[in-house]
Design a protein around this ligand. Structure first.
Ligand SMILES: [Zn+2]
Length: 88
């Protein structure tokens, strides 16, 4: 009888530990997948745009948008807008 209880306790402890490990693993995997997905999304949908002034390519979320043109920074935006050729 005593042995049976000890076996039962060991079984429960092992089950609990296994469940905890499994949850930790799933959490870790979920976090890793989310991180990888975010990086992949950045690569896939991270639209590259070209600065209208210096023609440097940069990600859309780092660029400035004005008058249907993209710029790498406020400096080039201002320069482009003041030095814009008349036909543009
Ligand atoms: Zn530029």
């Amino acid at each position: 009888m005593n042995l049976l209880i000890i076996r039962l306790i060991i079984f429960v402890v092992l089950l609990w530990a296994g469940l905890k490990l499994y949850r930790m693993y799933r959490e870790w995997k979920h976090e890793r997948d989310e991180l990888a997905g975010r990086e992949q999304r950045n690569l896939d949908n991270g639209q590259m745009v070209r600065c209208a002034y210096c023609r440097v390519h940069l990600p859309e979320d780092e660029a400035l948008h004005q008058d249907d043109q993209w710029f790498c920074g406020p400096n080039h935006r201002d320069r482009y807008l003041t030095e814009r050729p008349p036909q543009a």
